[in-house]
Design a protein around this ligand. Structure first.
Ligand code: PFF
Length: 452
């Protein structure tokens, strides 16, 4: 008997859920940090080009495959729609590797999200007159603190995913995403009024074009674009499979990309000027050479708290609100990561949703704890393995499936659902050969560069 599948009840429900997956720590922390480390506006410029020219077509490949197959990534890629039967085991392998990658990403993502929660509570501890507790909450070296907040975050993730598509993912994403955007805008207005902000805006908005061909910058920008749009692990494929047949996929994919890139850009408008405001106040941000960031976590855990301190008592409330929203942004992303293995367990392995969510959540938590206990050795390693290698490579495989291994007519018919005139659209004139040739080629070239 077929397992009843969930669906997003509305267009806006999908957009907010998929944008919720895309918008996360990668936008508000990763993007500004990469921008600061790669010379400012030159990185922004390259990022925007790669996001629209490489990541967006790959996102469309996942959404189209997902909605056509109406299943998780493993079933979709190893099923009938793969026109070359010999490629089906390869599809199975790609799907399973995607699931393992999603599990590994969530295992480090949960740790960082846990820090966001502890930074959210710190101002409350300060207000309550508990300086010792406040100190513990921001002590990165405390294993107890790291484990406690990772557990808390994973429990919240599991709770939402047990609720399913409509009552879990959609309900929470629709509530939380607008809140996040509102607070970011308020903070930008505040930062813009501070001394030093103008220099930050300049650095962020006026590119030094001599840097745009820097290979390291290009590789960082591609990795950031893939991570930010949640590509390669099957997240967008699974979310695509929950879209109703009468919706226009091209429009939806474009909206999600615009929201994701837009929020990364807005986050940069906050964090980069805030960095220069903090510097004007005497906080050391760059190393002796004046261009290298002292530490990668400086921006979020030092610069912004410093900025909040300048606001006096209001700063405590703003700090708490900011880290609350970071936690929320992380949560709407982590639920999409957990949905990848859960959808496979429920549909392909015919397991109960609640039981498999708890079991997989516990497994991921166990991996997180192993990482916390071997932090120096594993944390950076897992991030590099998943985001620098696995995601772009798997993204490339999805493009190969959409471009070479799936029936072109299946793909066209799928795009036509909700978009009857698709065959004559600009999208259909460009996208098919684009995912067939250009995307795999460019991704492979970037990947080769990053390995060499
Ligand atoms: N896109 C999320 C972010 O920018 O924080 C992270 C992410 C979510 C990556 C889901 C991959 C994924 F499948």
């Amino acid at each position: 008997m077929a397992v009843a599948r969930g669906e997003f009840s509305s267009k806006i429900g999908f957009i907010l859920a998929a944008a919720g997956s895309a918008v996360g720590l990668g936008n508000i922390w990763g993007f500004p940090t990469n921008t600061a480390m790669n010379g400012g506006a030159a990185f922004v410029f390259v990022y925007l080009i790669l996001a629209f020219c490489l990541a967006y077509p790959a996102l469309m490949a996942e959404l189209i495959i997902g909605r056509h197959a109406k299943s998780n990534a493993v079933a979709a890629l190893s099923g009938e729609s793969t026109k070359v039967p010999a490629a089906r085991p390869f599809g199975f392998l790609v799907g399973i590797t995607g699931i393992i990658t999603a599990i590994l990403i969530l295992s480090f993502y949960g740790i960082v999200a846990g820090w966001m929660i502890s930074y959210m509570i710190e101002p409350i501890a300060k207000m309550a007159g508990a300086p010792k507790a406040a100190e513990w909450l921001t002590d990165t070296s405390s294993t107890a603190r790291n484990v406690f907040f990772t557990v808390l975050f994973m429990v919240a993730t599991v709770y939402i995913i047990i609720g399913g598509v409509k009552n879990g993912i959609e309900k929470w994403s629709t509530r939380l995403m607008p809140l996040l955007i509102g607070l970011l805008v308020v903070l930008i207005i505040y930062v813009a009024m501070q001394d030093g902000a103008a220099q930050g805006f300049k650095k962020y908005l006026l590119p030094d074009f001599s840097r745009v061909t820097d290979p390291e910058l290009l590789v960082d920008a591609l990795g950031q674009a893939f991570f930010s749009l949640s590509l390669g692990v099957g997240t967008m494929l699974v979310y695509g499979s929950y879209i109703q047949r009468n919706e226009n996929l091209v429009k939806l994919g474009t909206m999600v990309t615009l929201i994701d890139v837009g929020i990364a850009f807005i986050a940069g408008l906050l964090v980069i000027p805030a960095m220069y405001v903090a510097q004007a106040q005497g906080v050391q941000i760059f190393a002796e050479d004046g261009v290298t960031l002292l530490k990668e976590d400086t921006l979020i855990f030092q610069v912004l708290p410093q900025l909040f301190n300048t606001m006096g008592a209001t700063g405590l409330v703003v700090g708490c609100a900011f880290f609350f929203l970071m936690s929320i942004a992380a949560l709407t992303s982590s639920i999409s990561l957990l949905e990848v293995p859960v959808a496979y367990a429920v549909e392909s392995l015919k397991q109960d949703r609640k039981k498999s969510t708890i079991a997989i959540g516990s497994l991921i938590l166990a991996v997180s704890i192993v990482i916390i206990l071997n932090f120096g050795m594993l944390f950076g390693f897992v991030i590099t393995l998943t985001t620098k290698y696995a995601q772009p490579l798997l993204g490339l495989c999805f493009c190969v499936f959409a471009g070479w291994l799936w029936h072109r007519n299946d793909i066209l018919n799928e795009v036509k659902e909700g978009h009857p005139d698709a065959e004559n659209s600009l999208f259909w004139k460009i996208w098919p050969w684009y995912v067939k040739f250009l995307c795999p080629l460019f991704i492979a070239a970037f990947f080769a560069k990053s390995v060499i």
